[in-house]
Design a binder for this molecule. Structure first.
Ligand SMILES: Nc1ncnc2c1ncn2[C@@H]1O[C@H](COP(=O)(O)OP(=O)(O)OP(=O)(O)O)[C@@H](O)[C@H]1O
Ligand SMILES: [Mg+2]
Length: 270
């Protein structure tokens, strides 16, 4: 199927600094594109730029043929672009039910028909938490709410920024299973990850970022092959930002992360 979101030659940054230096990515319905790379290479800035939170200085973003470069974030949402931000960014004082209501506010009348009820069928653990405030949820529950909040907007394109961050292996697997289901449902997914194993298990296409540029692109199968039987990442990909061990079991990815990265995962909400 043809591409639904095409970003070409994106330059973006903050103040006088430039973070993205000519990034091009294309997303297809029913396809997961993973972005991998070290801390600070610009992965979040890329996601923020795609959904209108960060200004495009050069380059363009097209959505289903429409030029949406620098469109405001709420207008991107009404055009079926869903965001699961890094760190979840739930509201401390809103309940789970209210998060799902807020998420549906800009919902486009999409073919995917996501409702709060369908989110609760997907994440049954949230049924007993509907009245709990964002500040009272575990990391796993926050993650489910953040994904659910994006889904009730009926996205055709879903941008996820490190959804596995800080989750237990069992929850990483659950998130992975849900993303596969969404992909099979025809959603175009951009997945930013530092969990190499999870990304290789899920993605169709993988881009590796370094210093605001894409330095390697390929299929997940090709990267798996290059990683070889030992699960050891080749030197060039490691220099580009891959951890030394790819975590053969995707659910083991969190254990491979440095302690400071895992500590950061406990950060909460606004
Ligand atoms: N609001 C901001 N103002 C100024 N500089 C910023 C801002 N947000 C990010 N940066 C800088 O932009 C660069 C890229 O940051 P970004 O958050 O996009 O990286 P990242 O790849 O997502 O990192 P991580 O893996 O830690 O999430 C970093 O040098 C960061 O310090
Ligand atoms: Mg980031």
């Amino acid at each position: 199927m043809s591409e639904i979101l095409v970003a070409t030659g994106l330059h973006a940054g903050y103040g006088l600094s430039t973070v993205l230096e000519g990034i091009s990515v294309a997303l297809r319905p029913g396809h997961i594109c993973a972005i991998l790379g070290r801390n600070g290479v610009g992965k979040t800035t890329l996601i923020r730029t795609l959904c209108g939170h960060c200004r495009v200085r050069e380059g363009s973003v097209r959505l289903a043929g429409e030029d949406v470069t620098n469109l405001a974030p709420h207008l991107m949402a009404t055009r079926s672009v869903g965001l699961v931000p890094q760190g979840r960014r739930l509201f401390r004082s809103l309940s789970v039910r209210e998060h799902l209501t807020v998420g549906a506010r800009h919902a486009a009348a999409g073919a995917h028909g996501w409702t709060a009820e369908r989110v609760l069928d997907t994440f049954p653990a949230l049924r007993g938490r509907l009245s709990n405030l964002g500040g009272m949820l575990s990391g796993g529950e926050q993650s489910m709410v953040a994904i659910g909040r994006a889904l009730v907007g009926n996205p055709r394109v879903l941008l996820l920024d490190e959804p596995s961050e800080g989750l237990s292996p069992a929850l990483v697997k659950q998130v992975g299973d849900v993303l596969q289901m969404l992909r099979d449902d025809g959603i175009a997914i951009l997945l930013v990850e530092q969990n190499f194993g999870l990304a290789l298990r899920l993605a169709d296409t993988v881009h590796i970022m370094s210093k605001g540029r894409i330095v390697h692109s390929g299929s997940a199968d090709e990267l798996q092959l290059r990683a070889g039987d030992q699960g050891t990442v080749p030197g060039d990909l490691r220099r580009a930002g891959m951890p030394a061990s790819r975590g053969v079991d995707c659910a083991a990815g969190q254990e491979n992360r440095p302690p400071e990265a895992r500590r950061r995962d406990t950060r909460f909400v606004r």
